[in-house]
Design a protein around this ligand. Structure first.
Ligand code: ADP
Ligand code: MG
Length: 256
């Protein structure tokens, strides 16, 4: 297979749960430095697409290449086999992930949450890991929170810690699945603002979001999904101002 030049390249991606087809042949290229917002109704397959890109669930057909490497499978003369744990970890390494719920360890300090993967997975010595961790906390505006426990933080602060944790291992691309959907409205802005800064710095980002204002201002490209496929995609100005499909027009109505 020839390696794609895109940072993330999705071809003919299919996924089903039992009889239910959830992704029905997705083609998508994410280029380095792009900020791609994925929008669409609940149940349209946005999370499944993101999870397939990181191979958190095995997809059933098609290819996903992450920085030129097929993720999740290895090609053998007899066909495709599931990749081993090490190969999967290796191909997944360039991807940082942030979810709706923050999944912080409650019994650990904020700094330990941020440095855990660096120390345990990447074998970085504690002192060096903590330097990186503090730098990442500074980046998300939480440098004075290093010694706090997650429980003493607001939802917005917890999500910024989760972003710092993802950044600590120096990902080449970041995947966000509704990072602000679990937050009280007044806390959404601080998280979006951190994400906007990352975007400005050139981070490659794929963001599933219902924040249409953010998509309009921060995205280089918006992808609209419905029923397991990409219905429309393009620059936000175009997509939001002149939707081509009835389905997208309807969807946008509900957000105006
Ligand atoms: P979205 O993120 O756009 O709301 P999802 O990707 O979560 O959509 O889900 C797409 C469809 O797949 C939904 O119909 C959902 O019920 C189904 N689905 C998602 N995960 C599973 C699962 N683990 N088992 C069975 N069905 C699932
Ligand atoms: Mg979802």
């Amino acid at each position: 297979m020839t390696a794609s030049k895109a940072a993330i390249s999705v071809r003919g991606l299919q996924k089903h749960f039992g009889d239910k087809k959830v992704l029905t042949g997705i083609d998508l290229d994410i280029h380095a430095g792009d900020v791609t917002c994925i929008i669409g109704p609940s149940g349209s397959g946005k999370s499944t697409l993101l999870r397939s890109i990181a191979f958190l669930d095995p997809y059933d057909g098609g290819d996903v290449q992450v920085f030129g490497k097929l993720i999740g499978w290895r090609e053998t003369p007899l066909g495709r086999e599931r990749a081993g744990v090490r190969q999967l970890a290796e191909t997944r390494r360039p991807l940082g992930m942030v979810f709706q719920h923050f999944h912080l360890w409650p019994h650990m300090s904020v700094l330990n949450n941020v440095t855990l993967a660096l120390r345990l997975v990447h074998g970085v010595p504690r002192k060096q890991a903590e330097e990186t961790g503090r730098a990442m906390l500074e980046k998300v505006g939480l440098s004075t929170f290093a010694d706090r426990r997650p429980e003493s933080l607001s939802g917005g602060q917890k999500q910024r810690v989760a972003i710092a944790r993802a950044l600590a291992v120096r990902p080449r691309a970041m995947l966000f699945d509704e990072p602000t959907s679990a937050l009280d409205p007044e806390l959404v802005g601080e998280v979006l603002s951190v994400m906007k800064t990352l975007a400005t710095e050139g981070m490659t980002m794929v963001i599933v979001t219902h924040e249409m204002g953010f998509a309009a201002h921060a995205a280089s490209r918006v992808v609209f999904m419905d029923s397991g496929r990409i219905v429309e995609e393009g620059p936000p100005q175009m997509l939001f101002a002149t939707p081509k499909s009835e389905r997208l027009s309807q969807f946008l109505q509900t957000w105006r």
